[in-house]
Design a protein around this ligand. Structure first.
Ligand SMILES: *[C@@H]1O[C@H](CO)[C@@H](O)[C@H](O)[C@H]1NC(C)=O
Ligand SMILES: *[C@@H]1O[C@H](CO)[C@@H](O)[C@H](O)[C@H]1NC(C)=O
Length: 460
């Protein structure tokens, strides 16, 4: 295919050709002046957990996604066991590859150089490899060269983003240098800079943002080398994220909506910021506070009070899902984990066991035949015509989040399993249980908002 463009000399050709031939890789924003829409596509390059996933059997596919979920849950544990002065940003990458399955592609700079970045729900920094660099990982796209871009500038050390507390930032010779070091010897270093990012809004027009980003010239041991991925696109609510950098345009809000995962590969994920977030009639949007205790500052920790299976409210003591001494406990919503975990280490009552035994009692009462599962513990032979699947409700502080019975379970050949994994020490509301939900992160109000939506209609 026509991938070997000389980008520097044929920008127009590039935009047109890429739009027509490689449209799936580019996001299309809307033209709303105070909004932004970015489409992230499933990253199926070699090394990605999504590589070859469409050719796998259902069971293999599910195992692959469980692996992704485990990586995420382990990561949350890792943070909770780490020194609380280290922000998650500094220890994230080894798991990034396993827990980030979306990538976004767009052009940057006056020459329209292509970058493809892996979505990271745990951080906000956006970085890409930059020329000239001595220590770099091989990438299939040409490495971005700021020297040929007239819109590139280094970030003045006085800039507020060069003073974000807790991050490893240093002013050296007037350059704001960052270093993000990760477990296992992985690290990236570079210079905080500004550059114009061009997001396509239709075949010819772009919506341009002057973004503070990391120009990395020293990166070691990343797991995504030799792919088109050239860096990371953080989508958290930390101060360096898109939503926060452009708070005027975005009202510090961003949202997404997972279309049902019925196919072999998860559908693209559309991130909507600000005014591009759909409006809901009064009463349809629920909200609950997001707490950000250190070291989870940029994760979405929710106050979970109780759980219902179908109409049966279990009645957990309200402290069940709070943090415990040593950092265990807590409930997070995380689109980086595919499946939901319920904490099996809760004090007094084992929350995981209690929820699963409620499902067992429910399906027992419907006369379904239990069968062993591979990775999920509670599975049933699927009776033809049976459709009384129990819903699952998370009772958050001020908001009930109900997963429709149709989306609670994972369906396999001839049987289904309740799509909940045993959480070693945390409760994580994963992507599977976010199907057909509009999830809105509102940093201004410190809230998570959600509503039912037909997400297959959300295209960009
Ligand atoms: C999946 O299988 C098809 C048909 O065998 C093949 O053409 C395709 O390249 C495979 N895809 C991957 C990612 O291996
Ligand atoms: C990266 O850029 C900084 C600032 O220009 C420079 O001091 C440093 O030596 C560079 N590192 C590498 C590995 O090229």
């Amino acid at each position: 295919m026509i991938l070997s463009f000389n980008f520097l000399n044929s920008k127009v050709l590039l935009i047109f050709s890429v739009t027509l031939l490689f449209r799936p890789h580019f996001s299309f924003a809307t033209s709303n002046p105070t909004g932004l829409t970015l489409r992230f596509d499933v990253d199926d390059s070699p090394g990605s957990p999504m590589y070859r996933i469409q050719n796998l059997s259902i069971d293999e596919r599910i195992d692959r996604l469980i692996h992704v979920s485990n990586a995420r849950a382990n990561y949350l544990n890792l943070i909770s066991n780490s020194d609380t002065t280290i922000l998650p940003d500094n220890i994230r990458i080894p798991l990034l590859r396993e827990s980030s399955w979306y990538a976004v592609e767009f052009t940057i700079g006056s020459q329209g150089q292509r970058v493809k970045l892996l979505m990271d729900t745990g951080g906000g920094l956006i970085w890409t490899q930059c020329q000239p660099c001595l220590n770099y990982f091989p990438q299939k796209l040409p490495i971005y060269d700021p020297r040929v871009s007239t819109t590139y500038a280094t970030l003045p050390c006085e800039h507020r983003l060069c003073k974000t507390p807790g991050k490893n930032l240093n002013c050296v010779d007037g350059l704001c240098r960052y270093a993000v070091s990760y477990g296992g010897g992985t690290s990236t270093k570079g210079v905080l800079s500004t550059e114009t990012f061009h997001f396509l809004i239709d075949k010819t027009n772009t919506r341009d943002f002057n973004v503070v980003f990391g120009c990395s010239n020293d990166t070691t041991k990343v797991s995504f080398q030799n792919t088109e991925i050239s860096g990371i696109f953080g989508v958290s609510i930390s101060p360096d994220s898109m939503a926060r950098q452009f708070s005027t345009e975005t009202n510090s809000r961003f949202s997404y909506c997972f279309a049902p995962f019925d196919g072999a590969v998860p559908p693209p994920l559309v991130l909507r910021f600000g005014e591009d977030i759909p409006k809901f009639p009064a009463g349809h949007l629920q909200s609950t506070l997001v707490l950000q205790p250190p070291p989870y500052r940029y994760f979405y920790y929710l106050q979970l009070l109780d759980i219902s299976v179908g109409n049966y409210r279990i009645g957990f003591p309200p402290s069940t899902f709070q943090f415990r001494a040593g950092g265990a406990g807590g409930c997070f919503i995380d689109s980086g984990a595919m499946y939901t975990f319920i904490d099996a280490g809760t004090i007094g009552v084992n929350a995981y066991e209690r929820v699963m035994s409620t499902f067992i009692a429910y399906y027992g009462s419907k006369g379904l035949q239990r069968r062993p599962g591979r990775s999920f513990e509670v599975c049933y032979v699927n009776r033809i015509g049976f459709n009384e699947f129990a819903s699952l409700t998370f009772h958050f502080n001020g908001a009930d989040y109900t997963v429709d019975g149709g989306y609670v379970n994972v369906f396999k050949q001839g049987y289904f399993c309740v799509g909940i994994l045993k959480g070693p020490s945390k409760t994580v509301l994963g992507a599977w249980h976010q199907q057909n939900k509009r999830i809105i992160h509102d940093e201004l109000f410190g809230e998570l908002q959600f509503a039912d939506e037909n997400c297959a209609n959300d295209v960009a």
